[in-house]
Structures are given as structure tokens and as C-alpha cells.
Write a protein of this length. Structure first.
Length: 374
């Protein structure tokens, strides 16, 4: 064997309740299935020796019978035609190998020949293709070491990677040194839901990311990775877009709209059933502008897969009564200063300057008051 091709996925989270997707939760669960189906399709579209699933295939240790049947049917497709595709699954943090878990049940029942579970806590490898290919990994295992006896060594780890000193949370994490020390031809990482290339010390190490968006703030479209290994150590990879949803963030300046209805109409023009839209409200709204983030989300709901509205706008005040702001406070001094500047501009007959100064007063007041109430 001179060349070896694998597809790497993980963090599929099948069966996820998808609360963040609200009324679309059931549809979202279906999209997770469709994305996983497309990963399997990719294994069949071009000769693929191995499918690696780097943890969190399921959203829980005891997925529903339907979800398990779905996975078995999909993986079954890979054992049928020609030489077929071997499948190696690492239990993750959401779907650990515990008593009563789906993986324990599979081990008890026995699995089809082409499906392998990485169950050894020391990460000892599963041997494929007459020991030419060794796939190392085990539940919670962070330290792996390639064996020189095999031309192809592949590692599978489900963990965060510690970058600099920024890691919080205290969960066990992989270091770039751990990555280099594995000396793997390829290290398939799981746990982070977005693609990332963390190759180091001659080891190609990638997070595949989830095949479909699993959270509203997940910026990138779902994907998997195809990796081609050549004898002699050359590793090439290609990202496979398998997700359907995309996410965008859009800023809406309330000063550009007369009312909430106008704003909704404008946002609707971006309407797309595959789009997860994050709307950030900004600017200084006129006092007559009545809006509510939750109501906007509801109004836009049917036009998108999901909408989230974040309110960073400031509401202008109808009337600014000087007596509310004692002159000894900063806000009081600010109001009097700006009033004076508005008056000066008015006396000079400079209407443009009056508007600018009035807006500056509103902005400053809104910001100072927000600060005081926080
Ligand atoms: Mn995950």
C-alpha cells in the first residue's frame, strides 16, 4: 500500500436537542443526520480506506433507538461495496463509553467487521490492512505514540488544544508538544466544532469541525476533511463542505429606520431558509422608535432558519430636563456644556451644527446613563 485515504469527521452530535434552534429544533436534528449522510456519501464517491470519527458522534451516551439505527444503517453502507471503507470511532465527551452506553451495547452485541471502536484507555491501536495501518486512540487518551513497524500511523484524540496560556476551565488539554510527540502521519482531533489546522513538529493535526452547525454562534459552515497519506510521509488534506446551514452577522443601525416595521422589512430582504442570522442593533434610536429584540426575532423567524437579535443600540431621550442632572455630577456638567454649544450654533444660524451637537448630547447622555445604571 503506497497511498492511504481517509475522511475525518467528529462532533456530529446526532440526537442533539437543539434548544438554541427553538421552533426549528426538530429540523435541526434532521440536518445533523443529513450532514452525516453526506460524509458517508463522500466516503463512497471516491475510494476511501477509512472513516475516522473523532468523538461526539452522538450527543449523549444513550441516544434514542432511532438515532442508533440511523447510524448503523449509514455505517452499514460502507461495509458493502468492493473493498469498502473501514470505520474507526472514538467515544467523546458527550458520548463516553460508560455502563449502559450505546458503545458498551455495541461491544456486547458485536459489530460488523468494518466498524472498530477505540476503547483502550492507553490508546493502543486498532490494526487495519494487515497491520500496514495503525489507528491509535482511546477514551480520554491524550498521549499517543506511533509505531515504526507500520508505514501508516493515525492518531485520534478528543480534547481541547492548549494554545499559549489562555486555557481556562481546567479540563485536560492537549499541548502542541503532545501533538509533536505522537509522531503520527495524521492526527485526527475532535472536541472543537470548527475546522482548525494545528499541525506541528512534522505531525499533520486537524480539527475537522462539525459536519453541520451545532450552535447559533458557530461561524463556519459544517465540513469534514479528506486526508491523503503517502508512504514516505507526505500528507495532503482537503476540506469537504457537507453542512447546509450558514451563518451571518448583520448590523442594523436604528438611526437608518423610522420604525420597527421598516427594519423588519429591510432584514426580510436577506431571508433564506439555510441562514442563521445574527442581527446586532446599533446606533441611536429616536425616542418614538418602539422595538423589542424578542418581538423582532419572532417577526423574522419564518424568513430564516433561525434569527437572534442582540441589542447594542441606545435610545434617545424625548426631553432633557436639566434639573434631573445636578451640575456637580459629570453628567450634569456634560448636559450644560452641550446645551451651551447647541445654543452657540443656533445663534450662528448653523442648523447642521445644531443637529450634530444635539446628537452628541443624546449619545453622551445615553452612554453616561448606561454606565451609571450598570
Ligand atoms: Mn462536541
Amino acid at each position: 500500500m503506497d497511498r492511504f485515504t481517509l475522511i475525518h469527521t467528529g462532533d456530529v452530535h446526532l440526537g442533539m436537542s437543539g434548544e438554541a434552534f427553538g421552533a426549528r429544533a426538530a429540523e435541526h436534528r434532521q440536518l445533523l443526520r443529513e450532514a452525516f449522510t453526506r460524509v458517508v456519501d463522500q466516503c463512497l464517491a471516491q475510494p476511501t480506506n477509512l472513516l475516522v470519527i473523532a468523538g461526539d458522534l452522538f450527543d449523549g451516551a444513550q441516544p434514542s433507538r432511532k438515532t442508533v439505527e440511523f447510524v448503523r444503517a449509514q455505517l452499514g453502507r460502507l461495509g458493502q461495496a468492493g473493498p469498502g471503507t473501514e470505520v474507526v470511532i472514538l467515544p467523546g465527551t458527550h458520548d463516553p463509553l460508560t455502563r449502559g452506553s450505546v458503545y458498551e451495547e455495541w461491544l456486547r452485541q458485536g459489530l460488523p467487521e468494518h466498524i472498530h471502536l477505540l476503547t483502550d484507555p492507553k490508546g493502543r491501536p486498532v490494526a487495519l490492512a494487515g497491520r500496514e495501518v495503525l489507528v491509535h486512540g482511546g477514551p480520554g487518551c491524550l498521549h499517543l505514540a506511533a509505531e515504526d513497524s507500520a508505514p501508516f500511523n493515525i492518531g485520534v484524540i478528543h480534547a481541547s488544544l492548549q494554545l499559549g496560556n489562555l486555557l481556562g476551565g481546567g479540563e485536560p488539554a492537549l499541548t502542541p508538544r503532545n501533538v509533536a510527540d505522537t509522531r503520527m502521519n495524521y492526527l485526527a482531533l475532535g472536541h472543537w466544532h470548527r475546522f482548525g489546522d494545528y499541525s506541528t513538529g512534522g505531525v499533520t493535526a486537524l480539527y475537522s469541525g462539525s459536519p453541520e452547525i451545532t450552535a447559533i454562534d458557530q461561524a463556519e459552515r459544517g465540513q469534514a476533511v479528506r486526508v491523503e497519506l503517502s508512504r514516505g510521509g507526505l500528507t495532503r488534506h482537503e476540506r469537504l463542505p457537507v453542512g447546509q446551514l450558514r451563518r451571518e452577522e448583520t448590523e442594523a443601525n436604528l438611526a437608518d429606520y423610522d420604525n420597527a416595521h421598516q427594519l423588519v422589512e429591510a432584514l426580510r430582504r436577506q431571508g433564506d431558509q439555510d441562514l442563521v442570522l445574527e442581527v446586532v442593533l446599533t446606533g441611536l434610536a429616536d425616542p418614538s422608535f418602539h422595538y423589542d429584540a424578542a418581538e423582532l426575532e419572532e417577526a423574522l423567524g419564518p424568513d430564516f432558519f433561525r434569527v437572534r437579535v442582540r441589542d447594542k443600540a441606545l435610545l434617545a431621550q424625548e426631553e432633557i430636563t436639566e434639573s434631573r442632572y445636578p451640575p456637580e455630577l459629570i453628567v450634569g456638567r456634560f448636559v450644560r456644556l452641550m446645551r451651551g454649544r447647541i445654543e452657540t450654533a443656533r445663534e450662528a444660524g448653523d442648523e447642521k451644527q445644531v443637529r450634530t451637537e444635539t446628537q452628541a448630547l443624546q449619545w453622551g447622555l445615553a452612554l453616561l446613563e448606561r454606565k451609571e445604571s450598570a
